[in-house]
Design a protein around this ligand. Structure first.
Ligand code: ASP
Length: 722
């Protein structure tokens, strides 16, 4: 038997055999294989619907109601008219983009009282998975075992292109193929992508983001983290660009809402698109992330957040301009802090180490294993060490260039104009067109303050400069000019750059002549941007590509090796933004000695946390009134309370934000929006005893819509079950 066939066989047999040895809770499962993988376990845990109701390609199933929202979050269809629920933090940048000082929807909320008031969102997509197909054999077909990793990669991308073209021909569907288990398996996803998705409603941030950064990643939690959109389609109910003539999309399936909610011990299932996990990285990689990568990211973000938070507190316009950026930066910042704490406390390195020891011993004791995997771990460890400077370079490229002072990327956007102006083959019309494009990119200034940006650079530049010197011997500022230190250098950069003000940029563009490219080249912000580009694209990325190519093969072997050598462990594929099911129970947890967290919170807790002097904990007057008068309608629980959020033992990740949380009968009980502080480590190591996802109770969502926002017409669109 050919070696590759042997592995394929072992691999598919193992995936089935393991299914019976899997413990509950940990794992993110591929819906098309859910029966073989964990079907029995789900039933044993209390699921009453069949797996066919979760995923089917022959009839409508719950998967048809689960929608990839903007490519980064999840959402769920809840009405026959395309009504879509997701998190407030998933809709946040859209809500922000519609906000002005006069109509501050972030601050005050937004509710379309009829369909004509719903707001279009350019570029926002809603993708539904039509089918998932295992195409491993097709992708691997004709693959000679001896081809180099580069040839292998080329072969695979050619095959992928072919298969995708074949799968989408004669239809309006789109498709993509992703590797699983580090390239041991390939799955094809056929999708229907809608691009007219309108904003229908959002609570004020004092509800949708209640507790802000202080409560983010924390339990007990009292955030009404939801927003409402609607998918529109053309007259044939198919995807179409925005048009007034479009009609609300009629889905194949939408989820009924369970007004009784769920309680301790009840089965829960989360259906969504988890973004990324690293559950199989080696102990050396865990150590690197704990000791170098995460601390660097944390330091950089702490520095920029100190500036942004202060600015947002000082001025209403800055608060709107920087809201979405602040959230983007602070969300991962806080997660990494929690992740490091959890990984240290729960001895992640030692645990990975002990798996590696078992692996090594078993490999040594078996001649077949030895010939195949004898060198895998040692090679990975060596690589990890050698890659450190490159990883650091990449880290700062992301943190300084992408997430830091925005003037750099704006300045860099002029590089095409520079190149075109220098070339003798470009026409004046082409230059004009480029200048026009640059004018259009000036929308950038809508959410920009040069003063804030300058402070961010002052805070981050010394850290970046020192790290690049230390790890890469790279000098970010070869010529300091008249400046005697980095602070002065930064001040001069903002004072002299064309790109630090919209007026200067406009004036420059209005008068633009070819020869003016020299001014851009001399611009200090442009120069720094180019230096960062050089650092990454010349000093780091080419080497990184070589290492990563080798790493792909090693990780593929490592994964296959672990599955073969230690078959008694649980193996599910790492999250990769594809559709997954994870299941568990509604339950609280004991995070540390002496503490026992309940599984739900109520409106009482919102009032307990209220602090009119702290913008993170302000409670809107109307919500207080509803609380005082107990005007809860049909949304109260059996004790007459409004439940806000609950925890469950579902293995989720970023990207699962907005995922429907579903009960044993296939009804919606909430929207997943977070994990607890002690769970943030689950992207690297899941612990079923303490890792909990946080869900906003669907009854709170409906209560806010109906009683708070007077948008009961939206609730009327839904199917409620009691
Ligand atoms: N709140 C999280 C996020 O925004 C969701 C999660 O990671 O559990 O990424």
């Amino acid at each position: 038997m050919k070696k590759s066939h042997y592995f394929k066989l072992v691999f598919s047999l193992l995936s089935i055999v393991f299914a019976f040895a899997l413990p509950a809770k940990e794992g993110m499962w591929i819906p098309s294989r859910i029966q073989q993988l964990v079907g029995d376990d789900m039933a044993a845990m209390g699921m009453k619907i069949s797996v066919e109701e979760l995923y089917s390609i022959n009839k409508s199933s719950i998967k048809d109601a689960v929608v990839h929202f903007g490519g980064g979050c999840t959402s769920v269809l809840v009405s026959g008219e395309g009504l879509l629920l997701t998190n407030h933090h998933c809709g946040y940048s859209r809500i922000q983009s519609h906000s002005t000082l006069e109509n501050d929807y972030l601050e005050d909320g937004f509710w379309a009282m009829n369909k004509s008031e719903e707001l279009p969102n350019e570029g926002l997509t809603a993708a539904i998975i039509k089918e998932i197909r295992d195409v491993t054999d097709l992708v691997m077909a004709d693959m000679d075992e001896l081809v180099s990793e580069e040839d292998r990669a080329k072969h695979i991308s050619a095959k992928i292109e072919e298969i995708v073209a074949e799968a989408t021909k004669d239809s309006h569907y789109e498709a993509y193929i992703k590797p699983f288990y580090f390239g041991n398996q390939y799955l094809l996803f056929i999708t229907e992508v809608f691009n007219d998705v309108r904003l229908v409603g959002a609570p004020p941030s004092s509800i949708g983001k209640f507790g802000f950064d202080t409560d983010n990643w924390v339990w007990p939690r009292h955030t009404g983290d939801f927003s409402v959109f609607r998918v529109y389609a053309n007259a044939e109910n198919k995807p179409a660009e925005y048009s007034e003539d479009n009609k609300p999309y009629q889905p194949l399936k939408y989820l009924p809402v369970n007004l009784n909610g769920a309680d301790k011990g009840d089965f829960t299932l989360v259906y969504g698109f988890p973004g990324r996990t690293d559950n199989y990285i080696t102990s050396a990689e865990v150590t690197k992330s704990l000791e170098v990568i995460n601390p660097q990211r944390i330091e950089m973000r702490r520095a920029s957040l100190a500036v942004i938070d202060q600015a947002m507190r000082s001025d209403k316009l800055l608060k709107i301009q920087y809201a979405a950026k602040q959230s983007r930066i602070s969300n991962a910042y806080k997660k990494w802090i929690g992740q490091n704490k959890g990984l240290i406390r729960h001895k992640a390195v030692a645990k990975r180490d002990s798996i590696e020891r078992v692996f090594t011993e078993r490999v040594k004791a078996n001649a077949d294993f030895k010939s195949t995997y004898g060198n895998t771990l040692a090679a990975l460890n060596k690589q990890s060490e050698e890659m450190l400077p490159l990883d650091v370079g990449r880290n700062y490229f992301i943190e300084f260039y992408y997430m830091g002072p925005e003037i750099l990327r704006f300045a860099e956007s002029f590089a095409t104009l520079v190149a075109a102006s220098k070339s003798d083959t470009t026409t004046d019309e082409q230059i004009e067109a480029l200048v026009k494009e640059q004018f259009e990119s000036m929308g950038f200034f809508k959410n920009y303050s040069a003063a804030v940006d300058e402070k961010i650079m002052k805070a981050q530049l010394p850290i970046t400069e020192a790290a690049l010197k230390k790890y890469l011997s790279f000098n970010l500022i070869p010529d300091m000019g008249k400046a005697s230190n980095l602070n002065e250098y930064t001040e001069m950069l903002y004072a002299n750059s064309i790109f630090s003000s919209s007026e200067r940029t406009r004036e420059f563009l209005v008068k633009y002549k070819r020869s003016a490219y020299k001014k851009i080249e001399k611009d200090p912000a442009f120069q720094m941007a180019m230096r960062m580009i050089e650092m990454y694209y010349v000093a780091v990325r080419p080497k990184l590509i070589i290492y990563n190519t080798a790493k792909e093969q090693l990780m593929r072997d490592w994964m296959k090796g672990m599955m073969t050598v230690i078959p008694e462990r649980t193996y599910y594929a790492d999250a990769n933004s594809t559709l997954r099911i994870t299941y568990g129970k509604v339950e609280g947890y004991e995070p540390f000695d002496g503490a026992n967290y309940m599984h739900y919170t109520t409106l009482e807790g919102v009032m307990e946390k209220e602090d009119a002097t702290n913008p993170e904990f302000v409670v809107p007057a109307k919500l207080k009134k509803l609380y005082e008068t107990k005007n809860y309608g049909r949304y109260a629980d059996q004790n007459g309370q409004i439940r806000v959020a609950f925890t469950a033992s579902n293995h989720t990740s970023g990207g699962n934000s907005g995922s429907p949380v579903i009960d044993a009968n296939g009804n919606l009980i909430g929207l997943n929006f977070d994990r607890t502080w002690e769970s943030t480590m689950s992207d690297i190591m899941f612990n079923a005893e303490i890792c909990r996802n946080i869900t906003v109770d669907i009854r709170y969502v409906l209560f806010i819509m109906d009683k708070y926002a007077d948008a009961g017409h939206l609730v009327d669109e839904m199917t409620l079950v009691e």
